[in-house]
Each structure stands twice: as structure tokens, then as C-alpha cells.
Design a protein around this ligand. Structure first.
Ligand code: LIP
Length: 314
């Protein structure tokens, strides 16, 4: 990917500290609009505005019968016309509000920018729920700096807006996580056998076989399992205390960007396996001590092993 131009805050040069904090250049005059929190607040306001606008479109424009516009990894991995319309609205709105920023969207890919900020967008997370009229779907919008992949980015602000549920999660780096304005704090972890565990599955048969094996090993060891069908909502439910733990293999940057910040700003942990960051190989979220325990169990189960072809399993 091309090297990004330097980050700017209110038009002035800014630097990203090792802790992920954003600092405006010291030789520049400082004012409120150039402070790190001002940038986070500005990006968060844009994220929420855009997510709400797209959420309105998605919810109010849902036909009684939703058609499938295209398929992706398998015949059941669907794209609806509304996924495309929602992402188009998000892209047009961001281009107007933040014309120098890059955008990475689930349906439209990456468009380069010059500011150092990339918007990572899922126009409908939970598309199959949307298809069936189940309310667990959301628009997810996040602003990141650094290469827009979970291993390298720093997420500055994010919004997960679930219009049918009437719920909106927001988080700004260093400024907390909120559900509809109520500050969130991850609940203290119960023992694993009292944990309500969320997870999800891919759309390809080989992946699902492997995920079923892992789930079969975990299910007897927890309170119960929920499969909500939208990763961004699952992660936000962890931050809200409605799930104790969540893990899933196969998440993409747009599934994760906003919601992972909601979890960490609520005091939770979001991790991958074997010391790696959360990402496509595995994402585990919850209270930090319980995440460490689940990560160890998933490593032991080789939950990130390559999928075996279905024909080889017998
Ligand atoms: C969905 C994820 C979910 C996963 C589904 C699917 P989509 O994203 O949010 O966690 O289990 O298989 O990937 O396809 O609705 O954007």
C-alpha cells in the first residue's frame, strides 16, 4: 500500500505517539481545535453522523422482501442492494465532510486519501439478518490512522449504529465508550462456566466444519452460547455486559474497527491468538483475564489452523 501523507489536525501537522495518542506539532500554535481530543471528537461526530444517516436509509428503505444483489465467498454470503446503497451514501457523505481522508469499505474496497486518516466502513454488518428481517444489523463506521488493517492501525473513533434495535454505540480513543450516551464499563468476568459466550461462523463449508469442532469443545465449558449474526454488534454487546466473551474467526477490518474500540474503551480486551492482534485469524473479546483464558483454550484447540477441505474430513 502507498505511504500515507502525514496526519494533520485541523490543518496542522500532527504526530501519533507510541501509545496511540495524537499530538499536534509543538511549533504550531495550540488551540482547542488542534488538541488530540479535538481530533477524536471531530472524527467521532462525523462517524456518528454518517452511521446514523446510513442506518436511516437501511432501515426506512428496507423492502418487505429483500433481494440478493450478489454473492461473495459462497452462495450464502450475500450482498443486498441496500449494502451497496448504504456504502454509496457513506462514501458520498465522507467525501463531503472529510475530502482528504481515505476510505476502506466492505463493498467498494480502498480509496486513497492524503490526510493520514482512513474510514473503515461496514454498510450493513449482519446482512443475513437484514435479509430475513431480524433486527441485529448495524452500520459500522470508524476512523483509523496507520495502515488500515487491525495489526497496524490505531482506531481513533468509531460508531456502531443498529437502527432496528434503536441502539448506537460510540467510542473515541481515550474518551470512553458509550451506548446512547451512557458510559460503558465491561463487567467483571465471571468464571468461565458462568460466561455467556458469543461467536459466529463463516460462509464457507470448510470453515464451518472447523468452527463447529471448536464450538463443540467450548460449549460444555460455558454457561451458554449466542450466535447473533453481526460481529460489530457482538463486540458491542461485550462492552455492554450482554455477552461475557466473544470469539470469531474470519472477521474483516470493517467488522472490527469501530466495535473493537468500543470494547477497549469500555475496559475490555480484544486479542488474536499466539500474541497477535485481533484479525481474520481470530478475534477474542471480553474482560481481560477471561480473554487470556479463552485465547489459551483456542490456541490449544488449534482454532486458527488452516481449514481442511471438506472431502478430506469424510
Ligand atoms: C457477518 C459477521 C458475522 C459473521 C457472519 C458475517 P456480514 O458479516 O458480522 O459475525 O458470523 O458470517 O461475516 O456478512 O453480515 O457483513
Amino acid at each position: 500500500m502507498a505511504r500515507q501523507r502525514p496526519l494533520t489536525v485541523a490543518g496542522r501537522p500532527a504526530t501519533l505517539g507510541e501509545d496511540g495518542g495524537v499530538t499536534s506539532s509543538p511549533e504550531q500554535p495550540s488551540d482547542a481545535s488542534a488538541s488530540p481530543h479535538a481530533l477524536v471528537a471531530e472524527l467521532l461526530a462525523v462517524a456518528e453522523q454518517v452511521a446514523r444517516a446510513a442506518g436511516r436509509l437501511v432501515q426506512e428503505g428496507r423492502p418487505d422482501v429483500v433481494g440478493v444483489a450478489a454473492t461473495k465467498s459462497s452462495a450464502v454470503d450475500v450482498v443486498t442492494a441496500m449494502d451497496l446503497a448504504s456504502e454509496d451514501l457513506v462514501r458520498r457523505t465522507l467525501a463531503r465532510l472529510r475530502p482528504d481522508d481515505a476510505i476502506l469499505g466492505e463493498e467498494g474496497g480502498h480509496v486513497a486519501g492524503t490526510s493520514g486518516v482512513t474510514w473503515v466502513v461496514d454498510p450493513i454488518d449482519g446482512t443475513v439478518n437484514y435479509l430475513y428481517g431480524l433486527p441485529a444489523y448495524a452500520v459500522s463506521v470508524a476512523a483509523v490512522v496507520g495502515e488500515p488493517t487491525p495489526a497496524t492501525w490505531t482506531v481513533l473513533a468509531g460508531c456502531v449504529h443498529a437502527p432496528a434495535a434503536g441502539e448506537t454505540w460510540t467510542a473515541g480513543r481515550g474518551t470512553g465508550a458509550y451506548l446512547d450516551g451512557r458510559r460503558l464499563a465491561v463487567t467483571p468476568a465471571p468464571s468461565l462456566d458462568r460466561c455467556l459466550l458469543g461467536t459466529g461462523f463463516g460462509y464457507v463449508a470448510e470453515r464451518r466444519r472447523a468452527q463447529a469442532r471448536v464450538l463443540a469443545a467450548l460449549l460444555p465449558q460455558v454457561r451458554d452460547v449466542r450466535r447473533i449474526g453481526a460481529a460489530a454488534i457482538d463486540l458491542c454487546q461485550v462492552a455492554t455486559g450482554r455477552l461475557d466473551l466473544y470469539y470469531e474467526r474470519g472477521l474483516q477490518p470493517w467488522d472490527l474497527a469501530a466495535a473493537a474500540l468500543v470494547v477497549t474503551e469500555a475496559g475490555g480486551a480484544v486479542s488474536g491468538l499466539r500474541g497477535r492482534a485481533a484479525g481474520p485469524d481470530m478475534t477474542v473479546a471480553g474482560a481481560p483475564e477471561r480473554v487470556a483464558q479463552l485465547v489459551a483454550m483456542l490456541e490449544e484447540l488449534d482454532a486458527d489452523a488452516p481449514d481442511a477441505p471438506v472431502a478430506d474430513i469424510g
